[in-house]
Design a binder for this molecule. Structure first.
Ligand SMILES: [Zn+2]
Length: 138
């Protein structure tokens, strides 16, 4: 049998059919374990958010070497995404996931000058002053 993603659409459809066919079994399990949102063979109870980097990379188009983020953007044109209850800039999330932690106090300069690009190769950690100097020079 083909691999079925336990959280994918095929698995969700199968879980839905199971709940429709065997409502008494599901109800018994819910009563037994006090799990209101119990789904047999599926997602564990409670919401388990997917990592921001995974959600982010699904919304990327590669154009001329830039990884353009198609999701929501800040007023400055930077991509943004929520993680653990806070809004984060997508280029910082992508850099941390692909390269490593951004040194304390530094900003990521877009060497390609495309603000919604999240390609870590196009990002360089610099001081705020250097970032401003380069922005003026470009
Ligand atoms: Zn770029």
């Amino acid at each position: 049998m083909a691999y079925k993603d336990p959280q994918g659409p095929a698995a969700r459809a199968s879980q839905r059919r199971y709940r429709q066919r065997h409502p008494e079994r599901v109800a018994a399990i819910q009563r037994a374990y006090h799990l209101k949102n119990y789904v047999p063979n599926g997602r564990p109870p409670g919401k388990v958010p997917r990592p921001a980097i995974d959600r982010l990379m699904e919304k990327v188009d590669v154009v001329d070497g830039c990884w353009l983020y198609r999701g929501g953007k800040s007023s400055g044109g930077y991509g943004k995404i929520s993680e653990a209850g806070e809004t984060r800039l997508t280029h910082r999330v992508a850099y941390e996931a692909n390269v490593g932690p951004i040194p304390e106090g530094l900003e990521l300069d877009h060497l390609c000058r495309v603000t919604n690009c999240v390609n870590p190769d196009h990002l360089e950690p610099v001081t705020h002053a250097e970032n401003m100097r380069r922005a003026r020079a470009s």
